[in-house]
Ligand binder design. Sequence first.
Ligand code: NAD
Ligand code: UDP
Length: 321
Amino acid sequence: MRILVTGGAGFIGSHLIDRLMHENHEVLCLDNFFTGRKHNIQHWVGAPNFELIRHDVTDPVRLEVDQIYHLACPASPVHYQYNPVKTIKTNVVGTLHLLGLAKRVKARILLASTSEVYGDPEVHPQAEDYRGSVNTIGPRSCYDEGKRVAETLCFDYHRQNNVDIRVARIFNTYGPRMLENDGRVVSNFIVQALKGDAITVYGDGSQTRSFCYVSDLVDGLMRLMNGDCIGPVNLGNPEEYTVLQLAQKIQSMVNPGAQIQFKALPQDDPRRRQPDITLAKQALKWHPTIPLEAGLETTIQDFRSRVEGAIPAPSIPYVEV
Ligand code: NAD
Ligand code: UDP
């Protein structure tokens, strides 16, 4: 098949492309390189069935494809809050463009939505029928509300124009290739511990997250794309940890001498998050298989090679609104 991956040079997108290339598909990677890097997909450049397109999804795109994985959007709070208006445009205008493309060429399109649509949830764990508790005007809203509109657009294109959609609600995912300056918790803690810096726990560390290893997540995305369930479907690992527990685990695995430093909790930081994956288990026959410690081992190895100087991390370029 001819498969387009928007955001394909990013963390999840590049792992997805590896799987699609190994299955001998024709893969088009589209990215504006805001948080993605060429290095992530460099090993496919030159392959006859791989094409790299520098493009911003806020501009329309014309291509002929059979499937679209629509992942383009910065995922880390540090990066999506860097230029919030651009983040909303990416989620709303960008998704509109990709849905328009899917409609025109009759491609199936999968939206990478997020657990953030549940906001700071009042129900626990979160199932797909929970409608969420989201602040419309806070610093996270550009991302949360952007993804909520993106979901709405998918379902309206589906009802109105018969577009073949799939919607995944992805929970916190980690693994090799996260940027060193990504700003998300797993990468921050590992890089800090490797450098001998203090591990920065925001708030008292009692807030919880559930961490899914990237290969499990990619498997879930591909099952969703190629199955009959349109979603939305939660994809995540239900093993729940407090942020302090994560800090202590990484401290013990990387650098038992590293200090833990408590810092202010960012505004609207969700207090707890855990996916209910009953639907994914039933409809996709999917469940995560990599326990946190095993996933952390591989991730730590990857960061160690970069922090010790092999590949310099790029600085984040300014992106015009
Ligand atoms: P990432 O930041 O590594 O990747 C995003 C990619 O999109 C990058 O390559 C970036 O350059 C590209 N991009 C951003 N804006 C763009 C634009 N306007 N036009 C073209 N390309 C653009 O993030 P990730 O963790 O790989 O996340 C991928 C997708 O999954 C995102 O849509 C994110 O919202 C979603 N998601 C991720 C997580 C997670 O824990 N990683 C959780 C929930 C949802
Ligand atoms: N966090 C932290 N220290 C850091 C980065 C993040 O304690 O250096 C906390 C953050 O406040 C949140 C959790 O870790 O409670 C997960 O943050 P992340 O940005 O990874 O993802 P999200 O909040 O979007 O789930």
